[in-house]
Design a protein. Structure first.
Length: 303
């Protein structure tokens, strides 16, 4: 999309070539700009900048000792590349400038969650002789690179560090087709149920977000459950009615339509994925079985 600046000087189109507006942690992404002159102008420089914005819903305190939830948003420039040019354009003429921007491997990818929103964009600044700079922005989707594990240097919480497999004696998950989820994948397996009184079995693929409880708090080596806010999003779920005559080995299949965020781990936030099975048993706590999963927003980056 092209936009004309207020002085009708330049028509500037910012393009993210080759990747269709996507990038991967730890890799470079090509960027280019097309500059068309509405009148004679001398282009002196073009600067491309990678911008990351992060919004975290955290608990804030007030002067009366109470607390409230609010989103804390920050935005910062991650890196830039400047192309020096000395090009004079006549009316109707155009030129192209290209460069590469590198997304850091330890950065936070694109996330669209309940507590966490991480977005990226590319900003281009075109400088011309004797005129104000023309600035344009273009959104960028950043995917997690690598096969597993999230971000380097992350610290897990004491409440749920690297959620591992958890099985009740009356419920077990087995023969999973995959431990990796991405848009469009189907996860199948067997739920072994030995509880005769169970009325139903619910299987869920869950995305769990966790952020630090107090805004502005610096990451600590020791972390405790009360320091964090946690929100679960059920991405896919199926409920299977049970009877006394039901086969104890119950096959299941769950489809994943979308992945709002990949598996991520950093000092300020964490996104975990897991498969959860729960039995509906009358007059007692529902038994659960949990298996950790690894999520990616692209099938080509699955673990």
């Amino acid at each position: 999309m092209s936009l004309i600046d207020s002085h009708h000087l330049l028509d500037v189109s910012l393009l993210l070539r080759g990747t269709e507006g996507t990038a991967t942690l730890g890799h470079s992404t090509p960027v280019s700009v097309e500059i068309r002159a509405a009148r004679r102008v001398r282009v002196t420089a073009v600067q491309f900048t990678l911008v990351h914005s992060l919004s975290l819903t955290q608990t804030h305190g007030n002067v009366y000792g109470g607390t409230f939830r609010a989103a804390e948003r920050t935005s910062r420039d991650i890196g830039s590349a400047q192309v020096g040019t000395d090009t004079t354009l006549r009316e109707g003429e155009s030129c192209h400038e290209t460069s590469q921007l590198i997304v850091p491997a330890d950065a936070i990818p694109t996330i669209h969650g309940k507590l966490i929103v991480s977005t990226w964009s590319v900003r281009v600044r075109v400088s011309t002789e004797g005129n104000e700079d023309v600035v344009r922005h273009h959104p960028l989707t950043v995917h997690r690179g690598g096969a597993a594990g999230g971000l380097a240097g992350g610290v897990g919480s004491k409440a749920d560090t690297d959620r591992g497999e958890h099985f009740e004696p009356s419920l077990r998950l087995a023969q999973l087709s995959t431990h990796s989820v991405y848009p469009g994948v189907e996860l199948s397996g067997i739920a072994a149920v030995s509880e005769a009184k169970a009325r139903a079995l619910t299987l869920s693929i869950v995305m769990q977000e966790e952020v630090m409880f107090w805004a502005g708090q610096r990451p600590q080596q020791e972390r405790y459950a009360g320091e964090f806010l946690v929100e679960d999003t059920v991405v896919s779920e199926v409920r299977i009615p049970l009877t006394a005559s039901s086969d104890p080995d119950i096959p299941f299949t769950l489809a994943v339509p979308a992945v709002p965020a990949p598996t991520v781990k950093s000092p300020l936030l964490e996104v975990r994925w897991f498969l959860r099975a729960a039995l509906d048993v009358p007059f007692r706590r529902d038994p659960e079985a949990v298996v950790p999963l690894v999520a990616n927003t692209l099938a080509t980056l699955r673990a």
